[in-house]
Design a protein around this ligand. Structure first.
Ligand code: GRG
Length: 311
């Protein structure tokens, strides 16, 4: 199998894991007002949001980092589902009229367009909460290690929170009022927190659950920072160079919203060069673990593929 086929195969496996952790769409809202019945509407909106697709990059990076450090058990699975739920909630809320007001995501109508704004807010809330309900299932699994599981949960909570993704989104919203006065430092804060934090969480949780030591977890955190920022710079580049069909969402939205991006500050050539340098450095960091006996060539290829991703 070549890399593309292997990737497809592994994403299919991840889809099955995600599906197995999604809440059941039970009950009939018309039939009465039992707890389950009324919840069905929000559950359906939550499942729609996850099932419309996506690259599943965060669970993929989590699983491959887990494998890098020799992890083989199922304890990683609830965390793989949880991180995709958190990522999906962030997209559902980001698309709302009060935020980016986007009608398309992953090639499909956004959750608020299909279910209405109020239900989309609740679906996002539901996904965030259900992510933690899902991750907590690790404690019921045979062979799970309580200390490692608690550490993984704490990373997930922190990187998704006010000192992570929500902090980054806040800085991004505030940048909208600054026009051309957004500095590179401000932009890097946004990229580090809004985008890289969840990628760091994914890879660090994989490392923690596989038993990596503190130095190795710290190396993974730094490499994931570069992977995350490079990933976001490529997102900025694709917003200028791609099209709706390939990307699954409208292009040119940064220019339309007069947003400062890596491309507007540095220009496309320098942004591309820096994005590549960051990815190359992250790969070198991960490969430096080979001398300690840890190697995952698929993970290296995956990170390399993000440099030239088209969606
Ligand atoms: C609303 C708290 C809150 C946060 C929103 C993630 C986010 C913060 C906003 C979404 C918009 C955006 C461009 C975020 C940067 C991260 C990013 C590139 C997300 C898209 O991730 P992909 O490309 O998406 O992995 P798929 O659809 O493939 O899963």
């Amino acid at each position: 199998m070549n890399f593309e086929q292997e990737l497809e195969h592994r994403v299919t496996e991840i889809e099955a894991v995600l599906k197995s952790y999604l809440p059941a769409e039970e009950g009939n809202p018309q039939a009465g007002c039992t707890e389950t019945d009324w919840a069905k509407t929000v559950i359906t909106a939550m499942n729609y949001s996850v099932n419309v697709g996506g690259k599943r990059l965060r669970p993929l990076l989590m699983l491959e980092t887990y494998r890098l450090f020799g992890g083989v058990s199922d304890v990683i699975k609830p965390f793989m589902a949880a991180i995709e739920m958190i990522h999906t909630y962030s997209l559902v809320h980001d698309d709302l009229p009060a935020m980016d007001n986007d009608e398309y995501r992953r090639g499909k109508k956004t959750t608020w367009v299909v279910y209405g704004e109020t239900m989309a807010i609740l679906a996002g809330d539901g996904l965030l909460n259900y992510a933690f309900e899902t991750a907590l299932k690790v404690f019921e699994m045979p062979g799970s290690d309580a200390a490692k599981s608690a550490k993984a949960l704490s990373i997930l909570a922190k990187k998704a929170g006010i000192y992570g993704m929500i902090g980054g989104q806040t800085a991004d919203i505030e940048a909208e009022n600054l026009g051309d006065n957004v500095t590179l430092e401000h932009l890097l804060y946004i990229h580090e927190h809004k985008t890289a934090a969840l990628i760091q969480a994914a890879m660090m949780i994989g490392a923690v659950l596989a038993g990596a030591n503190d130095a190795q977890i710290s190396l993974v955190e730094k490499a994931a920072y570069e992977i995350g920022v490079a990933f976001q710079i490529q997102d900025d580049i694709l917003d200028v160079t791609s099209n709706l069909e390939t990307l699954g969402k409208p292009v040119g939205s940064d220019a339309k919203n007069q947003k400062t991006t890596y491309v507007t500050i540095k220009g496309i050539d320098a942004a591309t060069q820096e994005q590549r340098a960051m990815s190359d450095h992250a790969i070198e960091q991960l490969q430096s673990l080979e001398k300690e006996g840890f190697q995952n060539d698929f993970l290296t290829e995956l990170v390399r593929s993000l440099i030239t991703r088209v969606k």
